[in-house]
Design a protein around this ligand. Structure first.
Ligand SMILES: Nc1ncnc2c1ncn2[C@@H]1O[C@H](COP(=O)(O)OP(=O)(O)OP(=O)(O)O)[C@@H](O)[C@H]1O
Ligand SMILES: [Mg+2]
Length: 366
């Protein structure tokens, strides 16, 4: 079978649907195309269909409709042992009767790799997950986090072309987790491994990935590089799911080009950029990031709208200050400022004016 060129899709979901019970779709019309070497993360609430997508891609579940292609071939037509997929699943099942080293050597034996080469690769994989000393233990003699690291090493030891990882770092503490995040992305890029990664941790998703697919309700809500996802969320769900976000609700009252005025439910007006609204009279949820709120009026457009805000809480976080404000009936409006020499420490009870550039405030679906 002819290999596809580099820029062609290596993994492809084409109009994929999945139902377990023949009634409810847990994956709905999923389309996804990944080039070789890409690191893609699926991020989304529990039950949104992430693991189901990985299971279908691995060939353990079949799609109810649509097609999944690996290097141009339907996954259904590639026998499991020829798929060359490394996997770490949520329940990381190691072979209980084998030692750690035997667990890692197993995928290499299957691939007929000689003994000395095998030993070298096993040692390297163990070192990568900081488990070099544990080769002789059995899985039952390891902690949960240690087992998870062995499962990770086993998925990578044979340098597969495609790796699927479902919450592979869930059981690790922050420091080890950050170290492993770095190791995984380094290795994936170095070996040109195509990776589909699932996590609940959005910082992990943003820092590790080339692109992130935000899942909700069996659909990809947005598929974009991390910076685009954070700075230009395409709908209200993504805006609220990724990063910290302030939401205000109202009705579009004026709209022209890339500026609109939204009249909030308490009657106050704000400036926004129309994203998912097209005409006056439409209800909208506007989204504004905490670091884009300005309380120095001089830095705003002279005819910019401002809102009265009451300071509810001041939180000193070292590098940044975090304020909780009451704005237009929302008592949970967050503002962040850098701890710069001229930064103001507002006190609870103070009344201030806040505003923003229209392009920093996105008028999304209601
Ligand atoms: N084997 C199964 N039989 C029936 N329903 C299933 C099965 N596996 C998953 N589901 C259902 O399919 C939906 C999607 O599940 P899935 O495991 O893909 O979610 P997920 O996004 O991985 O969630 P989590 O973040 O909690 O792991 C859920 O409603 C789940 O209950
Ligand atoms: Mg899951």
């Amino acid at each position: 079978m002819a290999k596809l060129s580099n820029d062609a899709a290596f993994v492809e979901f084409k109009r994929v649907q999945k139902s377990y019970d023949g009634e409810n779709l847990v994956v709905k019309d999923l389309n996804l195309s990944m080039p070789k070497g890409e690191f893609l993360t699926m991020l989304g609430p529990s039950g949104s269909g992430k693991t189901t997508c990985l299971m279908m891609l691995a060939g353990f579940e079949t799609a109810t409709h649509g097609d999944i292609l690996l290097d141009g071939q339907s996954i259904n037509n590639i026998p499991p042992h020829k798929r060359g997929i490394g996997m770490v699943f949520q329940n990381y099942a190691l072979f209980p009767h084998m030692t750690v080293a035997e667990n890692l050597a197993f995928p290499l034996e299957v691939r007929k790799i000689g003994k000395s080469e095998r030993e070298k690769k096993v040692m390297r994989a163990l070192d990568m997950v900081q488990m070099g000393e544990f080769g002789g233990r059995r899985p039952a003699q390891l902690s949960g986090g240690q087992q998870q690291r062995i499962a990770l090493a086993r998925a990578l030891v044979f340098e597969p072309e495609l790796v699927l990882m479902d919450e592979p770092l869930g059981a690790l503490d922050k420091q080890l987790r950050e170290h492993m995040q770095f190791e995984i992305t380094r290795l994936a890029h170095e070996l040109g491994i195509t990776t589909v990664y699932v996590t609940h941790d959005q910082t992990e998703a943003l820092t590790m990935s080339d692109r992130v697919a935000v899942f909700d309700d069996g659909r990809i809500q947005q598929l974009a590089p991390p910076d685009e996802l954070y700075e230009a969320p395409g709908n209200s769900f993504v805006a609220q799911f990724i990063g910290e976000n302030n939401t205000l609700e109202g009705v579009v009252t004026k709209i022209s080009g890339n500026h609109c005025v939204v009249t909030l439910d308490n009657g106050e007006e704000i400036d926004a950029m129309p994203v998912n609204v097209t005409h006056a009279g439409e209800r909208t949820k506007v989204s504004i990031r905490p670091e884009r709120v300005e309380f120095n009026k001089e830095r705003l457009h002279e005819d910019a709208h401002t809102l009265k805000a009451e300071v509810k809480e001041f939180i000193y976080m070292g590098d940044i200050f975090r304020f909780r404000l009451s704005v237009a009936g929302n008592d949970d409006f967050i503002v962040k400022t850098r701890n710069a020499p001229d930064a103001v420490k507002l006190k609870p009870g103070e009344i201030i004016n806040i505003g923003w550039l229209a392009e920093d405030c996105r008028a999304l679906d209601a």
